[in-house]
Structure formats: structure tokens, C-alpha cells
Design a binder for this molecule. Structure first.
Ligand SMILES: *Cc1c(COP(=O)(O)O)cnc(C)c1O
Length: 376
């Protein structure tokens, strides 16, 4: 039997609400009902005024970029070390992603390297709270204010995480979440934009629904179909009702790994938790240090043979064939040095991180990892 890298957990009324939605024939994404309840509950939990539910995390990022008016000739600062969706949302608008390297400890965007990438074309910064550790948002906010830039938070990996007491996803013009199956709160597929700006929220609600305006069947903008069905929103509402439980459980998995791997820092770089944040350890990551004479792939294969599933770190944007081969007009510039991103990508992977993993299993995974790493 394989210990999966991540499995969803439904400790509350998920089935009851989904069954209720079906019984009431609330199955599409036309608004109201469970969709509105889910939006209200999650925006309140995170600490933003308005929620706009949509079909995926990528959809949420795209809605945010379009709502803020990003387009051709614009540039957006984004970490090169992130999931491809962060970059693609920018690409869709015609704007160009501009890469910044990672912080060697948090793996989030290195804030000391942002300003050198700002030009007269820069319109926004998109920080990504990597693996559940929030970015240095005060510094990002300061830079954004100084240069009059928007901030779009990609909080897809950081439900419930905190920065100086404020929740990830509450510190920007628009924040974007994913509720994909491996995220801390899940609806199977789903996403949400949060904002304190009512006008932006209303614009995103129109954009997600074909740009429908009043009177019906008039359209004043090119919209999308990014609606989230009631069925998914019903599941999401039940997840938000247990948000604290789900987030604390996920964080606790991270803390248990910290405890059982703490004596192994000679070989493994473990995740940090900066004193000003509360990390949620979306995925518990390890980076093999140079004294481990084994490739990441070899180590992951050996873990797999022992029934432990893992996933490698993201491959940085500047190493993606789709961008390097300049297949699109607004391809990001892939030259330049991103040594931290390359290093962690080459040596990093994450361990099983399901919220309901018990300590015995975590201890066993830790012991297996140690014996593999020292066997090289
Ligand atoms: C998961 C994820 C997304 C995309 O979410 P989907 O719901 O799969 O579209 C975007 N950004 C980051 C950082 C993610 O981890």
C-alpha cells in the first residue's frame, strides 16, 4: 500500500450539503445559494470583504489579472519558483511575467531582488506563498506602494497561514485561492478571488459568467465561463465550516515532521517558519544537502519502493521549454541567474502531507527517509 502524497479529508457536512444541493437541483454555477454562502464564509474566514468563487485556482488568477486591466506591454513580477499557473494567468492577458529568484530559506520570492526588476512597464507584483509559508508582505507592500503597482497574492497553497497576525490572502488588491484536491481546503476543483474592493468584485463576477450585463444578453466586456457549480460550493462551505480544524491538522503534520527530522539537519534542509509567520506546511518539503551523495530522483524512487509517495519541487519558470523556446509573443526572458530556485528545484521534494496523517506514520516515513539518505 502506498502512502499518498496528499488525500482530501471531509470531516464535516460535505456529503450532506452536496446531497442537499442535488435534491434542490442546484447543480450549475449561476450564483446565489451555496455559491454565495461559500464566498461569504471563506472571505470572512480569511479577512477580506468580498469573495468571487470560480472554477479553478488558475481561473481565479486570470480573473484577477483581467480585472486589474493587465494587458499587452505590461510586465508582472512573479517568482520563477512557483507552479506554472501563476505565470500562465499573466501570459493569458498578453502581459509578460518577469522572474525573481527565491529566498533560500522560505523558498518564497526574494524581496531584496524585486526592485531591480521593476521597469516603466511593470504593473503588478504577484507573490506566491510557497508550500504554505507566507511571503514577506510588508516589504512587498512597501515596494508596490513606492512604484504604484498592484499586488495579486497567489495564496493557493496557504489557506489559513498568517503573516504578523493577518491571514495569507488578506494583504493585497486581489488574492487568489485554489480548492484543488490536494489543497488544504478542497472542492475537488475550484478557486476563489478575494478583495476589499466592491467594484473589482462585481467586475470579476461578470467576467466569470460570460460577461453577462444588464439587461441580460448585453455584454460590455469579453467574459469567460469560470463558474463554480453549486455542488462544489456546497462541499466548499462544509470545508470552510471546519477550516480551523483542517488548517491546524495540516500544520500539525508539518510540526510532527519537524520533530522527527530535527536531528537530521546535517543532511536535510527542513522548512523554516519565520518568527513573523504562521506556516501551514501545505506540503512538507525537504531539500537534500550537498553531503547526500544521491540524486533527488534516486531518493524518491527508494521511498516509492518503501510505499511512500513523494513529489519533486516545481521546475522554475525560466527552465520551462514553453518559455525558453519563445513559442509565444510575450514569453518571459529566461536568461539571468536564479541560483536558489535552480538549487532547490534540483534537490527538493515533498513528503506525504495529508491533514489526517497520524504521528506513527510520520515517524515511520521520517525513519525510512533517514535510512535511505545515509545509505548512499
Ligand atoms: C495549485 C496552485 C495553483 C492552481 O490551482 P488550480 O486550482 O489547479 O488551477 C496556482 N498557484 C499555485 C501556487 C498552486 O499551488
Amino acid at each position: 500500500m502506498m502512502i499518498r502524497v496528499c488525500e482530501p479529508w471531509f470531516p464535516g457536512k460535505e456529503e450532506e450539503y452536496v446531497a442537499d444541493a442535488m435534491k434542490n437541483r442546484m447543480i450549475s454555477g449561476s450564483g446565489g445559494g451555496y455559491i454565495e454562502k461559500f464566498e461569504n464564509a471563506f472571505s470572512q474566514y480569511t479577512g477580506m470583504k468580498h469573495g468571487v468563487a470560480c472554477s479553478t485556482g488558475l481561473g481565479a488568477l486570470h480573473l484577477a489579472c483581467v480585472a486589474l486591466g493587465l494587458g499587452e506591454e505590461d510586465e508582472v513580477i512573479v517568482p520563477t519558483f512557483t507552479m506554472i499557473a501563476s505565470m500562465n494567468a499573466i501570459i493569458y492577458t498578453g502581459a509578460k511575467p518577469v522572474f525573481v529568484d527565491s529566498d533560500p530559506e522560505t523558498y518564497c520570492i526574494d524581496v531584496s531582488k524585486i526592485e531591480e526588476k521593476i521597469t516603466s512597464k511593470t504593473k503588478a507584483i504577484m507573490p506566491v506563498h510557497i508550500y504554505g509559508h507566507p511571503c514577506d508582505m510588508d516589504e512587498i507592500t512597501r515596494i508596490a506602494k513606492k512604484h504604484s503597482l498592484y499586488v495579486i497574492e497567489d495564496a493557493a497553497e496557504a489557506h489559513g497561514a498568517e503573516y504578523k497576525g493577518r491571514k495569507a490572502g488578506s494583504m493585497s488588491d486581489i488574492s487568489c485561492f485554489s480548492f484543488y484536491a490536494n489543497k488544504i481546503l478542497t472542492t475537488g476543483e475550484g478557486g476563489m478571488c478575494l478583495t476589499n474592493n466592491l467594484e473589482l468584485a462585481e467586475k470579476m463576477k461578470k467576467l466569470r459568467n460570460h460577461g453577462f450585463d444588464t439587461p441580460r444578453f448585453t455584454h460590455s466586456m469579453v467574459g469567460f465561463n469560470y463558474r463554480l457549480p453549486h455542488l462544489q460550493a456546497a462541499m466548499g462551505l462544509a470545508q470552510v465550516e471546519n477550516a480551523t480544524k483542517l488548517v491546524e491538522a495540516r500544520r500539525n503534520v508539518g510540526l510532527l515532521y519537524q520533530k522527527h527530522l530535527n536531528d537530521f539537519k546535517e543532511y536535510l534542509q527542513l522548512p523554516v517558519e519565520k518568527e513573523y509567520v504562521k506556516s501551514v506546511y501545505w506540503m512538507y518539503s525537504v531539500v537534500l544537502k550537498d553531503n547526500v551523495k544521491m540524486s533527488k530522483e534516486e531518493c524518491m524512487n527508494k521511498l516509492s519502493e518503501k510505499g511512500i509517495e513523494t513529489r519533486g519541487f516545481f521546475i522554475p519558470g525560466h527552465k520551462q521549454p514553453v518559455f525558453m523556446n519563445k513559442k509565444i509573443k510575450n514569453s518571459p526572458d529566461c536568461r539571468g541567474n536564479y541560483p536558489v530556485s535552480e538549487k532547490i528545484s534540483d534537490r527538493g521534494f515533498y513528503l506525504p502531507s495529508s491533514s489526517n496523517l497520524d504521528e506513527k506514520t510520520i515517524e515511520e516515513i521520517s525513519r525510512t527517509l533517514k535510512s535511505i539518505v545515509t545509505s548512499a
